[in-house]
Design a protein around this ligand. Structure first.
Ligand code: NOJ
Length: 835
C-alpha cells in the first residue's frame, strides 16, 4: 500500500499548483484504487458465456464482500479487441455508457471473433495472428500477437468495479454511490509508452511510482507548469506502447475523471487506469508499427478532417485587437512588411460586453466592411465563442426557453461565473441544442460572409467559481447524466456542435478548441492553452504537440511567443522558427503583454521571423499533403522519429527532432537560448540525409558530422535546422504571396534527394483548398534511373536534384507529357543539379 503522506515529499510534480487541483490522495476514488487490489477474486461465470453474432457475452462476478454481477461483452472493432462491462444494479442509476457514442466515428466496423472453450479458459481469436486467452478464475486476459505474449490484463489483480466498499474509508458523498472502476495492463517487453494527452511533460511517459499518476480531467489550468502530470484542458485516453516489432494501444473509453499510474519494471511496463465512474470499456489495438496503430485508431474514432487550406497558413492573434481600424492596420502591415498571413483573430473583447453572438457596438460596428477588406487578399477573420452565456440577454433566454442549459443537482439551471460575470452553460449533449446553435451562427454570420472561422475556448468547461475551476460534478446534463460522467467529453460536444452549425457554408469550417476528447480530431484543431514566454515552454511545446499527433489529433499548436509575459526578441524569433512546424501555427498573447506583431521585433529579428513564416508558406504543399494523408490514414502530421526508427532503442526517447509527415523532411527546432550548434540524432541509423537548413538543399550530412555518429551543425540566429532524407521528393512553392489563396496557381519547385539506389519518391495532394468533398488529385512523383515522373501533370518551374550525379536520363528532355502518363511539364525551365 502506498504511503500517501509521502506525496508531499517525493510526489512534488506540481509544487505550485497542487493546492488548486486534486492529487490522487485528495481524490476519494484514486486514493482507494491506486495500489489496492480490493481482494481480487473476480471470475467469469462459466455458464454465462455465449457467442451471438460474433460477439461473446458473459458475466463476471465476485462473491466477497458483496455479490456483484458484471455483464460483459467482447467484440471486435476494426480488427481490435473490445471489452465492455457494465454492472447489474438492483438500485441506483445506470452507469454512463455513452462515451463511445461521442468518441467513435460513424464508420467504425464491427468484426467477428471465434472462440474455443478449454477447461479453465477460453481462447478468442480474430484477425491475423491475434489471440486472447481468457482465464476464468481469477479473470485474466493474455494477448498474443504473432504467438508471443504482448499484454496481460489484470495480472496485478487491480480490476475493480462495483458498489462494494474497499475496506478503506467511507465512500464519497456522490449521490450515485461508489462507482469507480480500475484495471491494470502489463505490457510485456515494452519500456516506452506515449500518449494520454494533455500534460506539459515529456513525450515518453514517466514511471509514476511514488509520485503523482497522470491525471485526465479537463481543466482551465491557470499558468500551468512544465514537467507535470497535472491535468490540462483536454484528454485523450489513448496510450501507445512501442517496441521493436510490435506497437500496442490501449484506448480506455471513459470520459470521467481518470488517473493513469505507470510502473516500469525491468523490461515490462504496467499501466493502471482508474476512473471515477462509467462502464468499463476498452479497446486493445495490436499491430506491427506505430503508424498501423494510428490507422486502426483513426478508423475507430475518425481521422482528422481535411483542413481548410488557409487554416494551415499563419494565424495572427492577440487578446485583443481593439477595433476594426486596429485589425485592418495589423492586416495591412503584414503586406507592407511582405510577411504572408491568412487569418486574423478576435478574442472576447470584440463582443458587446462578453455577450457571444454580438459585436461591440462602437469598436466593431461594421464587421461586414472588415470582412470584405480581409477577403480581398484571401484572409479570414476568426472570432471567439465560448460556452458560458451571460445571463439576461436573448441567447441565455433561448437556452432557458429551449431547456438546453446545464442544470444543477436540483435540476435548476446552473449558474456560475466566467468572463461575462454570471453565466449559464449550453448543454451541447442535448440534441435540441444543435438547431439552436445553428440558428445563432446563421444569424450572427449571414451567408454573404464566408471568410469567418471560429474559436471555442473555455470549454473544459471553465467556471471561475467552480471546484477545480470547472463545473460541480453533480450538475446534470441531457439524459439525466451527471456532469462527472461526461466531464471530459463536454468540450468535444461543444466544438462538434459549432462545426455542424457551419456546414452550410461553402468553405470547410475551421474550429479551434481548447478542450478535447477522443474523436475531437474529426472537427477541430487544438492548442496547448496558456503557456508562458519562457524557453522551457517553447521546448515542451514540441513533445506536447508530438503527443497529440501520436494520439490521433494532429491539428495542434502552441501560442507562438508564449501567452503570458513578454518574450525576448531571440525567444520570439526561435519560437516562430519552431512554430512554423506546428500543424496549427498561431501567434497569440495575453491582454497585458506588449504588442509583438513580427515587425515590432526590430532588426535583425524581423527578417528572421519573415523568413520563417515564408518557409512555412513554401512548405505549404508538404503540410497540406501530410494533412491529406493524415485525413485518410490517421498518421501524424509531425511525426516522432521513432515512427521510422522504432528498431533503434535510442529513437524511442527522441522528442526534440521530428519528421514532417512522410515527406522525409526532418526538423530540429532550436529551443535553447544562445544555441550555436544543433545535433541531429536520426542520421545514426544508416540512411542518407542532406542538409536542408531553411529549406535550402545542401550537402550530405556526413560531411557536417565529421564522420559517424550524430550530425552537429552550426546554427546562426537565422537558421532553422532541417535535413532531408535521401529517397524523398519535396514539392515547394517558392514565390512570396500574401496568403495561401493567392498561391493557388503558383508553380512548384521539386527538391529531389536521391537515396543510395538513386531513387526518390514523393506525394502531392491538390484541390481548391476549401470545398468539402470536392475534386482533388493525389499525385505520386518518382525519380529513378529512367527519369522523373509524376502520376498527373504538375506545373513545375524548377527541379533541384541532389545526390544524383549518376542518374541516367534526367535532363530537360524528361520534362514533358509522355504517352498516357503525365510527366513534369514546363520543360523549358532549367534543371539544377547540386551534387
Ligand atoms: C483563455 C485562453 O486560453 C486565451 O487564449 C484567451 O486569450 C483568453 N481565454 C481570453 O479569451
Amino acid at each position: 500500500m502506498r504511503v500517501f503522506s509521502l506525496f508531499a515529499i517525493v510526489g512534488g510534480c506540481s509544487a505550485v499548483k497542487d493546492y488548486l487541483f486534486k492529487a490522487c490522495a485528495d481524490s476519494g476514488f484514486c486514493r482507494q484504487h491506486v495500489d489496492n487490489d480490493g481482494g481480487g477474486g473476480y471470475y467469469v461465470q462459466e455458464e454465462s458465456l455465449e457467442l451471438t453474432n460474433g460477439v461473446l457475452h458473459g458475466v463476471v462476478s465476485k462473491v466477497q464482500p458483496h455479490q456483484v454481477q458484471l455483464p460483459f461483452e467482447i467484440s471486435i472493432v476494426e480488427n481490435s479487441f473490445r471489452f465492455r462491462m457494465d454492472e447489474q444494479r438492483v438500485v441506483g442509476h445506470k452507469r454512463y455508457n455513452e462515451a463511445a457514442k461521442w468518441a467513435f466515428s460513424e464508420n467504425a466496423q464491427m468484426g467477428h471473433l471465434n472462440y474455443t472453450r478449454r477447461k479453465t479458459s477460453v481462447d478468442v481469436s480474430y484477425g491475423h495472428h491475434k489471440k486472447v486467452v481468457i482465464q476464468m478464475n481469477p479473470v485474466l486476459f493474455t494477448f498474443y500477437y504473432r504467438d508471443q505474449v504482448q499484454l496481460v490484463v489484470n495480472e496485478k489483480q487491480l480490476l475493480h468495479m462495483g458498489l462494494e466498499p474497499m475496506g478503506l474509508e467511507p465512500m464519497g458523498k456522490e449521490p450515485m454511490g461508489q462507482e469507480a472502476i480500475g484495471l491494470d495492463f502489463t505490457l510485456k517487453g515494452f519500456s516506452h509508452l506515449y500518449g494520454i494527452p494533455e500534460h506539459a511533460d515529456t513525450m515518453s511517459l514517466k514511471d509514476t511510482s511514488g509520485s503523482e499518476p497522470y491525471r485526465l480531467y479537463n481543466v482551465d489550468i491557470f499558468e500551468y507548469e512544465v514537467d507535470s502530470r497535472l491535468p490540462m484542458y483536454g484528454s485523450i485516453p489513448l496510450l501507445m506502447a512501442v517496441k521493436r516489432d510490435v506497437s500496442i494501444a490501449i484506448f480506455w473509453i471513459n470520459s470521467a475523471d481518470t488517473f493513469v499510474d505507470i510502473h516500469k519494471e525491468s523490461n515490462n511496463s504496467s499501466v493502471h487506469w482508474m476512473s471515477e465512474n462509467g462502464v468499463m470499456d476498452f479497446i486493445v489495438i495490436i499491430e506491427d508499427k506505430p503508424r498501423d496503430v494510428n490507422r486502426v485508431y483513426g478508423r475507430i474514432t475518425g481521422n482528422v478532417m481535411l483542413p481548410l487550406l488557409a487554416s494551415l497558413g499563419y494565424h495572427q492573434c492577440r487578446w485583443n485587437y481593439n477595433d476594426i481600424e486596429d485589425v485592418l492596420d495589423v492586416h495591412s502591415k503584414f503586406d507592407e512588411y511582405q510577411i504572408p498571413y491568412d487569418n486574423i483573430w478576435l478574442d472576447i473583447e470584440y463582443t458587446d460586453n462578453k455577450k457571444y453572438f454580438t459585436w461591440h457596438p462602437e469598436n466593431f460596428n461594421d464587421p461586414g466592411r472588415m470582412l470584405q477588406v480581409l477577403n480581398r487578399t484571401g484572409r479570414n477573420l476568426v472570432v471567439i465563442i465560448d460556452p458560458h452565456i451571460k445571463t439576461g440577454y436573448e441567447v441565455s433566454q433561448g437556452l432557458i426557453d429551449n431547456d438546453i442549459a446545464i442544470k444543477n443537482s436540483k435540476n435548476e439551471v446552473y449558474h456560475g461565473h466566467c468572463w461575462p460575470g454570471e453565466s449559464i452553460w449550453v448543454d451541447t449533449l442535448h440534441p435540441a441544442s444543435q438547431p439552436f446553435w445553428n440558428k445563432l451562427h446563421q444569424r450572427f454570420i449571414p451567408d454573404k460572409y464566408q471568410n469567418i472561422l471560429f474559436w471555442n475556448d473555455m470549454n473544459e468547461p471553465s467556471v471561475f467559481d467552480g471546484p477545480e475551476t470547472t463545473m460541480p460534478k453533480d450538475n446534470i446534463h441531457y439524459g439525466q447524466w451527471e456532469h462527472r460522467s461526461v466531464h471530459n467529453l463536454y468540450g468535444l460536444t461543444m466544438h462538434e456542435a459549432t462545426y455542424k452549425s457551419l456546414l452550410n457554408k461553402q468553405q470547410r469550417p475551421f474550429i479551434l478548441t481548447r478542450s478535447f476528447f477522443a474523436g475531437s480530431q474529426r472537427t477541430a484543431a487544438m492548442w496547448t492553452g496558456d503557456n508562458m514566454s519562457r524557453w522551457e515552454y517553447l521546448k515542451v511545446s514540441i513533445p506536447m504537440i508530438l503527443t497529440m499527433n501520436i494520439a490521433g489529433m494532429p491539428f495542434a499548436g502552441a501560442d507562438v511567443g508564449g501567452f503570458f509575459g513578454d518574450p525576448s526578441a531571440e525567444l520570439l524569433t526561435r519560437w516562430y522558427q519552431a512554430g512554423v512546424w506546428y500543424p496549427f501555427f498561431r501567434g497569440h498573447a495575453h491582454i497585458d503583454s506588449r504588442r509583438r506583431e513580427p515587425w515590432l521585433a526590430g532588426d535583425p529579428y524581423i527578417g528572421h521571423i519573415r523568413d520563417a513564416i515564408r518557409l512555412r508558406y513554401a512548405m505549404m504543399p508538404v503540410f497540406y499533403t501530410s494533412f491529406y494523408e493524415a485525413s485518410v490514414n490517421g498518421t501524424p502530421v509531425i511525426k516522432p522519429v521513432f515512427y521510422e526508427y522504432h528498431h533503434h532503442k535510442k529513437a524511442l526517447d527522441i522528442e526534440d527532432e521530428f519528421f514532417l509527415g512522410d515527406s522525409g523532411v526532418l526538423v530540429k527546432p532550436v529551443t535553447d537560448e544562445g544555441a550555436t550548434t544543433v545535433t541531429f540524432s536520426s542520421v545514426e541509423w544508416g540512411d542518407t540525409f542532406y542538409s536542408f537548413t531553411n529549406g535550402v538543399i545542401g550537402e550530405k550530412v556526413e560531411s557536417l558530422a565529421g564522420g559517424g555518429g550524430s550530425a552537429a551543425a552550426a546554427v546562426t540566429l537565422g537558421d532553422i535546422p532541417m535535413l532531408l532524407k535521401g529517397g524523398s521528393i519535396v514539392p515547394m512553392k517558392m514565390r512570396y504571396r500574401r496568403s495561401t489563396k493567392l498561391m493557388r496557381y503558383d508553380p512548384y519547385t521539386l527538391v529531389v534527394a536521391l537515396d543510395k539506389e538513386n531513387r526518390a519518391k514523393g506525394t502531392l495532394y491538390v484541390d481548391d483548398g476549401e470545398t468539402i468533398n470536392g475534386e482533388y488529385t493525389y499525385i505520386t512523383i518518382e525519380a529513378d534511373a529512367s527519369g522523373l515522373r509524376s502520376s498527373s501533370a504538375i506545373n513545375v518551374e524548377k527541379v533541384i536534384i541532389v545526390g544524383g550525379s549518376t542518374i541516367n536520363g534526367v535532363s530537360s528532355g524528361n520534362l514533358k507529357q509522355e504517352g498516357g502518363r503525365a510527366v513534369i511539364t514546363n520543360a523549358t525551365l532549367p534543371i539544377y543539379f547540386v551534387v
